[in-house]
Design a protein around this ligand. Structure first.
Ligand code: DGJ
Length: 714
C-alpha cells in the first residue's frame, strides 16, 4: 500500500509499504517516493530486499542496530523454596530485549494519518507507530512503546528506520559552532554504521538533520530523502548499510542511562521524525519544510523590523544611550526595539545575576517603564531578553537554592559562561520561574521576548531523582514553561536563541515565531550560515541583523549595501550602535528598511531558492513565486573568483513558455552603488525556458558586493 494514498496537486512524500496484515510482521518500507499520487498497481508485489520496517528488528533477521533497544529488569527469588528460607533476592536483567511485533490494528482516521499498533505478547511490549502527512508535503513519524507486563522496562533507544534506494549513496549533515553554525559536510555511504550523536541537551550549532541522495546532489537536482528530529534535546542519527542489508537512516532521541524506565502500563513516545523526499534537490526538501512552517499558529505572518541593542551597548545599559538608540531606530523605520541582556538585578557582566529576574534598581532607577513608554510612543514594539533556564552561582537565587541546578552527583557540572542550568523538572523551580517571569512581563508592557540559552546541558541529572539523567524531562519542561507563559501572555511573540543558533529545530518552532540565527553578524560569514539554516527553517524565522561597519566578531569591514542585502531576504533587523552611524548611513539604512517592508510579504510567502553554481566565491539565492510570474534573485560575489569568465544564473520555477523582463531591484542606495557593478541587463524579454536552462550571464563582479535582479513575467 501507499501512505498517504490521496491524489495531490503537488508532489508529497509517501511511503510505499508492503501489505499490512493483522497478526503479521510490521509492514516493510519498500520505497520512499515524492509524487502526486500515481496509481501504483499491484505495488504489494514488490518486496523489500530485506525486511525493512519502520522499526529495525533483530528478530526479523537484521544484524544492524535494532530500532528498539532495552531490557526488562525484574526482581525475585532464584529458587522460591530456598529463598523463603534464606530470603535471597536477586535481580533478573536482560529479558525481552529482542521483540518481534505483530500487527494488532490499523487505524486510518483520515487519508493523511495512519496508526499501526503491534504487540509482542511474550515480551509484554506494544508498539504504536503514527504517520502523518503534513502540509507542504513532508511526513512525520513516531513510535510509542508501552510496557504491558510486570517488571521495569529499561529503554535504551527507540528509533525510526527509513530504508533508502540503492542509488542514494551520498549524504550530508552539518557541523558547526557558535558564530559558525551549520557547516555542511558530505559523506559517501559505505558498509558499516555512521553515527552522529547530539549530546548537548539542545540541538546545537550543527542541527539534527541528515540528507541522503543520489551522488552529486545539489540545490536543484537529486533524488533525496531528508530526516530530522523535531526535538530540542539530545538526538542520534545513523546511516547504516551492510553486505546484506540496504542503506537506511535511523533517527531517534538519544536517551541517557536510565532516563526512560517504563513500569507496567507506562509508555514512552519518541519525538517526531520529519521525513521529506524530493526529486528536485535540496531546495525541494527545504520548500516542503517552509510550507509546513508557514501553516503553524506561531508563524510570523509579518516579521517586524527588529532593532536589538546587544552589539550597541553590551552589558552597559543606561537610559541616555538607550533612549537615543530608540529614537534613531524609530527614525530608520524599526518596528520592534529589543532590550537585551543586562537589565536585571546586578547584571553587569556575564558573571552574575542570572536567575534574579527583577529590574535592576541601579541601572534602571525608574524601572523600565520610561524606556518602554518611549519605545511605544515611537510606534515600536518593546522586546525583552530572558534566559530562564540558567543561574549564575553569583545570584540571590543560587545562594538560596544551590540544589536547584542540574547535576549528576554531589559535584556540580563544569561552569560554562559562568552559569549552571536550573532543574526545570523540579516543580519548585518551575513555579519560581513561571511566577517571577510572569511578574516581569505583567509589570512591564512587553511585546516580544528573546529567550536565550547560553550553555550546554552537561552532567544534567536531577537532584530530585538521585541525580539520574533529566535531559528528556528538562526539554519537556522547557516546552511546558514556554507554553504556559504563552498562554498567560498570548500577545507576546517569542524568539528562540541559544548563544546564537544553538536551539533551532522543528520541535521548538511550534512554540516560537523567530530564531536568532547566529551571533555572527559579519555579513560574509552570515551568507553561508543563513543559506544552510534555510535547509530546514523558512527564511522569515531567521533573525538577520545589519551590524556596524566593522564586524565585532571578525574585525572585517563591509559596505552597508553588502551588510543589508545579506540580511534582507530573512527576518530583517539592526544590531548596530546607530549613535556612531553617519547621516548617509542612516539614510541608506532607512531605504533598506523601507524596501524590506514593501517586499517582505512576497519574500516570506513564496519559494526560497538557492542556485547551483560552479564558482565557490559566488552565491545566488532568492525567491520565486509559486505561480512562476515573478522572481527576485541575489547574486553575491563573496571573494575573488579564480577566473574573469563570469557565470550563468539558472533560475528554476519560471513559466517556461512565458516571457520575462529583467531589471535591477533593491533600494535606491543599492541601485546607485557603482561598487555593486550594476551592468546592463538584456533589454529584450527572455523566455522562462531560456532563463532556466541557459541562464543569465553574470560577468565578473567586485568581491563583497551583491546585486538583486527582478524577473517579471509580461
Ligand atoms: C547570546 C546571544 O546570542 C546574544 O545575541 C546576546 O543575547 C547574548 N547572549 C547576551 O548575553
Amino acid at each position: 500500500m501507499i501512505f498517504p494514498d490521496m491524489l495531490t496537486d503537488v508532489p508529497v512524500t509517501r511511503l510505499v509499504l508492503s501489505q499490512i496484515e493483522l497478526n503479521k510482521d510490521l509492514p516493510d518500507v519498500i520505497k520512499v517516493v515524492n509524487d502526486t499520487g500515481v496509481d501504483y498497481e499491484n505495488v504489494d508485489a514488490f518486496s523489500a530486499i530485506k525486511p525493512a520496517p519502520l522499526l529495525a528488528q533483530h528478530a526479523q533477521g537484521s544484524f544492524s542496530t535494532p530500532g528498539l533497544r532495552g531490557q526488562r529488569i525484574t526482581s525475585g527469588y532464584l529458587n522460591e523454596n530456598d529463598a523463603r528460607q534464606t530470603g535471597e533476592h536477586i535481580l533478573y536483567t536482560g529479558q525481552d530485549w529482542s521483540p518481534r511485533f505483530l500487527v494488532t490494528s490499523i487505524i486510518r482516521p483520515d487519508e493523511k494519518s495512519m496508526t499501526i499498533k503491534a504487540t509482542d505478547e511474550f515480551a509484554g511490549l506494544s508498539l504504536t507507530t503514527v504517520m502523518e502527512s503534513i502540509l507542504g508535503g513532508s511526513m512525520r513519524i513516531r513510535h510509542t512503546l508501552t510496557n504491558e507486563k510486570q517488571g521495569s522496562y529499561a529503554l535504551e533507544a527507540l528509533e525510526v528506520q527509513i530504508p533508502l534506494d540503492e542509488e542514494m549513496t551520498e549524504y550530508l549533515d552539518f557541523s558547526g559552532y557558535a558564530t559558525n553554525e551549520r557547516l555542511p559536510q558530505r559523506h559517501q555511504i559505505k558498509d558499516g554504521s555512521w553515527v552522529r550523536e547530539f549530546r548537548r541537551g539542545q540541538p546545537g550549532f550543527d542541527g539534527p538533520i541528515v540528507v541522503v541522495g543520489t551522488p552529486g546532489f545539489g540545490f536543484a537536482n537529486g533524488n533525496l530523502v531528508q530526516a530530522q528530529l523535531a526535538w530540542s534535546g539530545n538526538s542520534v542519527f545513523r546511516v547504516e548499510r551492510s553486505v546484506d542489508e540496504p542503506a537506511s537512516i535511523r533517527v531517534g532521541e538519544l536517551l541517557l542511562p536510565g532516563e526512560i524506565t517504563l513500569e507496567c502500563g507506562e509508555s514512552y513516545t519518541m519525538p517526531w521524525v520529519m521525513l521529506s523526499a524530493s526529486l528536485e534537490g535540496l531546495d525541494g526538501l527545504a520548500q516542503s519544510n517552509h510550507a509546513w512552517q508557514r501553516s503553524l499558529p506561531a508563524h510570523p505572518k509579518k516579521d517586524l523590523v527588529t532593532f536589538n541593542v546587544w552589539e550597541a551597548v553590551g552589558f552597559n545599559q543606561n537610559w541616555n544611550k538607550l533612549s537615543r538608540l530608540a529614537s534613531l531606530a524609530a527614525e530608520v523605520g524599526t518596528e520592534r526595539f529589543v532590550l537585551d541582556d543586562g537589565w536585571f538585578h546586578l547584571r553587569r557582566s556575564d558573571k552574575a545575576g542570572l536567575g534574579d529576574w527583577w529590574v535592576d534598581d541601579l541601572t534602571w532607577s525608574q524601572g523600565l517603564t520610561p524606556l518602554i513608554n518611549q519605545v511605544h510612543e515611537l510606534g515600536m514594539q518593546f522586546g525583552l531578553w530572558l534566559e530562564p533556564e540558567m543561574v549564575n552561582p553569583d545570584s540571590d537565587l543560587y545562594r538560596s537554592h544551590p540544589s536547584w541546578v542540574l547535576q549528576a552527583s554531589e559535584r556540580q557540572p563544569l561552569l560554562q559562561r559562568n552559569q549552571q542550568v536550573l532543574d526545570l523538572t523540579n516543580p519548585q523551580v518551575y513555579d519560581y520561574l513561571f511566577n517571577l517571569i510572569s511578574a516581569v512581563l505583567a509589570d512591564n508592557n512587553v511585546d516580544f521576548v528573546k529567550w536565550d540559552h547560553n550553555r550546554d546541558l552537561l552532567e544534567a541529572g536531577s537532584n530530585l531523582h538521585n541525580n539520574a539523567p533529566a535531559v528528556h524531562r528538562q526539554v519537556l519542561s522547557f516546552y511546558r514553561l514556554l507554553d504556559d507563559l504563552r498562554n498567560r501572555f498570548p500577545n507576546i511573540y517569542w524568539e528562540s536563541c541559544a548563544a546564537g543558533g544553538g536551539r533551532i529545530d522543528n520541535g521548538v518552532i511550534e512554540h516560537v515565531s523567530r530564531f536568532w540565527t547566529s551571533d555572527m553578524t559579519d555579513a560574509l560569514s552570515r551568507q553561508d550560515i543563513q543559506r544552510w539554516t534555510c535547509q530546514y527553517i523558512a527564511p522569515e524565522y531567521l533573525g538577520a541583523h545589519v551590524s556596524g561597519r566593522v564586524s565585532q566578531q571578525t574585525g572585517r569591514s563591509f559596505s552597508l549595501n553588502f551588510r543589508a542585502a545579506t540580511a534582507v531576504l530573512f527576518a530583517f533587523g539592526i544590531e548596530w550602535d546607530l549613535t556612531q552611524a553617519e547621516d548617509h548611513d542612516l539614510n541608506d539604512l532607512k531605504e533598506w528598511v523601507d524596501w524590506y517592508k514593501s517586499e517582505r510579504s512576497f519574500l516570506h510567502s513564496e519559494r526560497f531558492v538557492r542556485l547551483d553554481l560552479q564558482d565557490n566565491q559566488i552565491r545566488a539565492q532568492g525567491v520565486v513565486a509559486r505561480d512562476g510570474t515573478r522572481a527576485v534573485i541575489q547574486h553575491v560575489q563573496c571573494g575573488m573568483s579564480s577566473s574573469k569568465r563570469g557565470l550563468r544564473l539558472r533560475v528554476p520555477g519560471l513559466n517556461r513558455s512565458a516571457l520575462y523582463r529583467l531589471s535591477w531591484i533593491g533600494p535606491n542606495c543599492l541601485l546607485r552603488d557603482k561598487g555593486s557593478s550594476l551592468f546592463s541587463l538584456p533589454d529584450k524579454p527572455l523566455s522562462g525556458a531560456l532563463l532556466e536552462d541557459w541562464g543569465l550571464l553574470m560577468p565578473w563582479c567586485r568581491p563583497q558586493t551583491i546585486r538583486m535582479i527582478e524577473y517579471r513575467q509580461i
